[in-house]
Design a protein around this ligand. Sequence first.
Ligand SMILES: Cc1cc2c(cc1C)N(C[C@H](O)[C@H](O)[C@H](O)COP(=O)(O)O)c1[nH]c(=O)[nH]c(=O)c1N2
Length: 238
Amino acid sequence: MPPDTSGKAPARRFDDQERQALYDIINNRRDVRNEFRPDPVAPATLRRILAAAHAAPSVGLTQPWDFLLIRDPRRRADVHAAFLRANAEAEEMFEGHRKALYRSLKLEGILTSPLNICVTCDRNRGGKVVLGRTHDKNMDLYSTVCAVQNLWLAARAEGVGIGWVSIFRPQDLRDLLGIPDHVEIVAYLCAGYIDELYTKPELEARDWRARLKLESVVHEEGWPTRQPRDAADAARCE
Ligand SMILES: Cc1cc2c(cc1C)N(C[C@H](O)[C@H](O)[C@H](O)COP(=O)(O)O)c1[nH]c(=O)[nH]c(=O)c1N2
């Protein structure tokens, strides 16, 4: 027989147990702030998690991401100081009881996790004209977010928690990590082994915001008829 040069093979089928394992990982993933163990993530485990991230889909196969591993406590202390500055500004944007509730939330694990990972998007990767990015330049950013989600799920499968911290002035992070202008910061993640987890989003458990009903965000054939915003929001909640 001539060699098969199509690059295709029969699509692998996954049995019920394998399928369920994937859904379990998705549904048991949490944003982690408090629950990190201090011991370092084993190098082989970290490599598998990063390989999962690197296996993400990307526009034109550009793979625009880089993963900056930040372990040095002094560097993380500087990042934490940048978070504190931004968080003080953020707090002022909320009013009344929301402000008090915001203040009581723990929104990062920069120092308590053993590893921070900054995921960036190189906006020049792939050259000037990129297949699939010709009419919407943001596609490279969306690709990078796909990598972040792969990383988050693979980490969960490995017993490693991930917490996303976005309360920074981006320029602060840029300066601290030496990130050039043509590279966008997509995610700053805290990572470490976990023993305990919230069973639902912490923001839901703390009454910050409710989970929306699936039916309220699925629409046939286009955008649903307009409703006043408050009524639409209330109708969406479970
Ligand atoms: C882009 C982006 C940015 C942030 C987040 C997430 C994402 C996707 N989340 C986590 C977020 O609050 C959390 O995902 C939701 O509350 C849902 O909870 P679970 O992830 O299901 O636990 C988050 N959490 C936090 O404590 N501080 C933060 O700055 C951020 N920033």
